[in-house]
Design a protein around this ligand. Structure first.
Ligand code: NOJ
Length: 436
C-alpha cells in the first residue's frame, strides 16, 4: 500500500483540556481531588498537572516543530470568572496570548468553552442543572468570544455532554458524584440548554463584529451494540442507552427541540442553528447484554467486544467504528465534521503508532465514502491528568516526567510529525516495523 494523501486544508494537530494540563486551577474538580480517601486512582491531583499554564509558549512551539497546523485547547471557566459575574482580565489575556502564539506558529486554534469542570460558585448552586446555568454560561461564552473572537473561528461549547452526565450523575465517579437516572437526564437537559445559549452568545458576538465563527459541541461517539449472539433481550437493552448516549443530543440540536425520552419535545431557545459543524470524539465501541442487576443503566451491561484488541484502559480498539461514525454522522447532519479527539491509553507507546495510522486511514476511508471531514485532532500531546484515573493512563505523544515535568517525545510523536509534514498517512507495514 502506498501512503495516502490527506486533503488540502485538512487540519492536523492535538487536543488538550485546561484542567488536565494547566495546573493551579481551583474548580469543582480540585475540591473533588482533595477528598479522602482519594476518588482518584493513584491518589494524585491536577494541582500542578503538567504546568502548561506557564509553559504554553514552549509547549506549543514543540507541537509546531512537529508540523502540526491546528491546536485544540479549553478555556477554564473558573479562571476567567472566579466569582459569579467577576471576570478576571489577566486570565482572559492569558488565553488571548495562547491564541496569539497558535496563530504565530500557524496553528489553527480550536477553542472549547467547557471541558468537564465548573467554577465552584456554580457547582455549589446546582451546576449544570441550575436553571440559570444556560444564562450564566452564555455570559461567560460572550466574554470569551469578545476576547478571542477576532482570531478564533472554531468553537466548541461543551465537551462530551453525555460523558459528563454519565460519569458525574449516573456512575457517581466524577463531581458531583451522584447516582441516579433522574439526575443524569436532568444534567443532559441542562447541558443541552447551556450549549444552545453558549452557541448563540458566540454567534451574536461574531455577527456584531463581522467575525467568522463556527460553533459545535464536542460529541463523544461510543456506540453500544448488542453483543455477538445477542438474545432479543440483549438487543432490546441496547436500544435506549445507545440512543440517549450517542444520538439524543445531536438530534435535539437538529430539531431545535428537547426530544423524548430525555425531554418533552418542547422547543429550546436558540437550539436550532446551534451547530455549524460537528466535533466528533471517538475512541471505542462497546457491546451490550441485558443484566437485571443494573437498573441504573436501564439493564444494559457494557463490555468491550472480546474479539477486539484493547487499550491500557481496557477499551476495544476498533478503527472501523470511526469510519462508520463519520459516515453516519455526515449522512444524518450533513454538517462538516472535525475529529476533535481520538487517541489511546498506552503506557509504553506500543499500540499508539498503529492506532494513529489505522484511525487516520479510517478517516480517509470516510472521506472517500463522501463524508466531509475537515481535520483530525489527536488526544493528546502530552501525558496528563486523566480525570479519576489520575496519571495512570497515558494518552500523550510526549511523555512527561512527574518529577521534573520534562517532556520527551515517544516514537509516535515522530510518526505523527511525519504525517503532518508529508500530509500523508504511511502504509501499515512500515508502522508495524516502527512499533517493534
Ligand atoms: C475524552 C475527554 O474529552 C478527555 O478529557 C479525556 O482525557 C479523553 N477522552 C481520554 O479519556
Amino acid at each position: 500500500m502506498t501512503p495516502r494523501r490527506l486533503p488540502s486544508e485538512f487540519l492536523l494537530g492535538c487536543a488538550t483540556a485546561a484542567h488536565q494540563v494547566e495546573g493551579g486551577i481551583e474548580n469543582d474538580w480540585s475540591r473533588f481531588e482533595r477528598q479522602r480517601p482519594s476518588p482518584v486512582a493513584d491518589g494524585s491531583d491536577a494541582s500542578t498537572a503538567i504546568d502548561h499554564y506557564r509553559r504554553y509558549a514552549e509547549d506549543l512551539q514543540q507541537l509546531a516543530a512537529g508540523d502540526q497546523d491546528a491546536h485544540r485547547f479549553s478555556v477554564e471557566w473558573a479562571r476567567v470568572e472566579p466569582e459569579a459575574g467577576c471576570f478576571d482580565s489577566a486570565a482572559l489575556r492569558h488565553y488571548r496570548d495562547v491564541v496569539r502564539v497558535c496563530r504565530r506558529l500557524d496553528m489553527e486554534p480550536v477553542v472549547t468553552l467547557q471541558h468537564f469542570t465548573l467554577p465552584r460558585w456554580l457547582a455549589e448552586r446546582g451546576g449544570v442543572v441550575n436553571p440559570a446555568a444556560p444564562r450564566l454560561f452564555a455570559r461567560y461564552a460572550a466574554a470569551c468570544a469578545e476576547t478571542l473572537g477576532d482570531s478564533v473561528v472554531w468553537w466548541l461549547t461543551i465537551n462530551e455532554p453525555a460523558v459528563l452526565a454519565v460519569q458525574g450523575y449516573l456512575n457517581g465517579l466524577w463531581p458531583p458524584q451522584q447516582r441516579s437516572i433522574g439526575g443524569a437526564l436532568a444534567a443532559l437537559r441542562g447541558l443541552l440548554r447551556m450549549h444552545a445559549a453558549g452557541a448563540s452568545a458566540v454567534h451574536d458576538v461574531a455577527r456584531r463584529h463581522g467575525w467568522d465563527a463556527r460553533v459545535s459541541v464536542a460529541h463523544h461517539e461510543r456506540r453500544l451494540r448488542p453483543r455477538a449472539g445477542a438474545t432479543p433481550l440483549d438487543r432490546a437493552a441496547a436500544v435506549l442507552p445507545d440512543f440517549i448516549f450517542n444520538r439524543w443530543f445531536l438530534r435535539s440540536c437538529v430539531a431545535g427541540r428537547m426530544l423524548p425520552p430525555v425531554g418533552d419535545g418542547r422547543r429550546v431557545p436558540d437550539l436550532r442553528g446551534s451547530l455549524d459543524f460537528l466535533g466528533v470524539n471517538y475512541y471505542s465501541e462497546d457491546t451490550v447484554s441485558f443484566d437485571a442487576r443494573v437498573p441504573l443503566t436501564l439493564f444494559a451491561s457494557m463490555a468491550p467486544d472480546p474479539d477486539l484488541p484493547r487499550s491500557a484502559f481496557g477499551w476495544a480498539i476498533h478503527p472501523a467504528g470511526l469510519r462508520r461514525a463519520l459516515n453516519e454522522l455526515w449522512l444524518e447532519t450533513r454538517l462538516p465534521l472535525l475529529v476533535t479527539e481520538n487517541g489511546v491509553a498506552d503506557n509504553d507507546d506500543e499500540l499508539r503508532p498503529r492506532y494513529i495510522v489505522a484511525h487516520l486511514n479510517a478517516v480517509l476511508d470516510a472521506i472517500d465514502d463522501g463524508a466531509d471531514v475537515r481535520g483530525y485532532l489527536h488526544w493528546t500531546a502530552w501525558d496528563n491528568f486523566e480525570w479519576a484515573e489520575g496519571y495512570t493512563k497515558r494518552f500523550g505523544l510526549y511523555a512527561v516526567d512527574r518529577e521534573t515535568l520534562s517532556r520527551t517525545p515517544k516514537p509516535s510523536a515522530a510518526l505523527f510529525a511525519e504525517i503532518c509534514r508529508t500530509r500523508s498517512v504511511p502504509d501499515a507495514a512500515r508502522v508495524t516495523a516502527l512499533a517493534r
